[in-house]
Design a protein around this ligand. Structure first.
Ligand SMILES: C[S@@+](CC[C@H](N)C(=O)[O-])C[C@H]1O[C@@H](n2cnc3c(N)ncnc32)[C@H](O)[C@@H]1O
Length: 271
């Protein structure tokens, strides 16, 4: 039998009407060299926190230079080969990229402020990085969704939180190795754990152009930082970089040490 009979007889053998052609574009789309594209995206952003070196001599115009001011004091292992790393409040990503550069197998960043994640993506593209940032709150951390980590970087976030102990509990639930924590502290040198509370925040930002930050709440003393880490179950809590002008920096170990592992994406509680 002829196919034309099966699929509608004579009508099916008729030629389809010709569709009008799209007009030729008047201006051919311009393809920018990668460096120009990256520089343009960086210039579009009104505020940069981290100064980050990118390929082609491009440097993000951050007011904070973590390579000089923080990295030497924050306890990052020189060799991070094979580690699964969490970078909480990773801003534009300086420490995430540094962990990858030092050999980390996987770096997961967490940010609750969309402009930071957007700028992270510009740097990630420029660097060809495999690190990731997820828009989430530190309070969202749980092993079912995020897996567990060999190293958690918790730098510059604690004092921004209304609920610092809750955050540390959540971090403890995903940390099966080491936590590195840095925070602004108060001047109180007592051995008793104490914290200064600023209910409406305070001045922050670049020294020559400070602005009011309503999210600077808790400034614990050193004893309080150690006590909070111990309270949620961390062990061998030690203050590092005691003489550097970087607030309090601490290293501690999870009570049960295990290799960090990604979540089972078929079982994670996605809905
Ligand atoms: C002072 S910056 C520190 C950035 C980087 N970790 C460093 O040490 O240079 C604090 C970052 O934490 C983020 N952040 C604040 N509260 C957060 C929360 N509850 N969950 C996740 N990120 C948070 C902010 O958006 C900001 O990017």
């Amino acid at each position: 039998m002829k196919l034309s009979k099966l699929f509608g007889g004579e009508a099916a053998t008729q030629k389809a009407p010709e569709l009008p052609m799209a007009p030729e574009p008047q201006i051919a789309p311009k393809s920018l060299p990668a460096g120009e594209w990256i520089a343009g995206r960086i210039a579009e952003e009104p505020y940069w926190f981290h100064r980050i070196e990118l390929p082609g001599g491009i440097v993000t115009p951050g007011w904070s230079d973590p390579k000089l001011d923080k990295l030497p004091h924050y306890g990052l292992p020189a060799d991070m080969s094979g580690m699964r790393v969490l970078d909480i409040g990773n801003a534009e990503g300086f420490f995430s990229f540094e962990a990858e550069r030092r050999g980390a197998a996987e770096v997961v960043g967490l940010e609750n402020y969309p402009p930071m994640a957007r700028k992270f993506e510009i740097c990630r593209a420029a660097l060809g990085s495999r690190t990731r940032t997820y828009m989430a709150n530190v309070y969202d951390l749980n092993p079912g969704t995020f897996g567990t980590f060999d190293l958690v970087m918790f730098y510059g976030v604690l004092y921004h939180l209304r609920h610092p102990i809750l955050a540390l509990q959540k971090i403890a639930s995903v940390c099966t190795g080491t936590i590195l924590m840095q925070t602004a502290t108060c001047d109180n040198a007592s051995n008793k754990p104490m914290a200064e509370f600023h209910p409406f925040g305070l001045k922050s930002g670049p020294p020559e152009n400070p602005s009011y930050d309503p999210t600077c709440f808790w400034f614990p003393n050193i004893a309080c930082c150690i006590a909070m880490l111990q309270h949620v179950g961390f062990q061998n809590v030690e203050q590092i970089a005691k003489n550097a002008p970087v607030g309090g920096v601490f290293r501690a170990q999870a009570a049960v040490q295990q290799k960090g592992a990604p979540p089972d994406e078929m079982k994670a509680p996605w809905s």
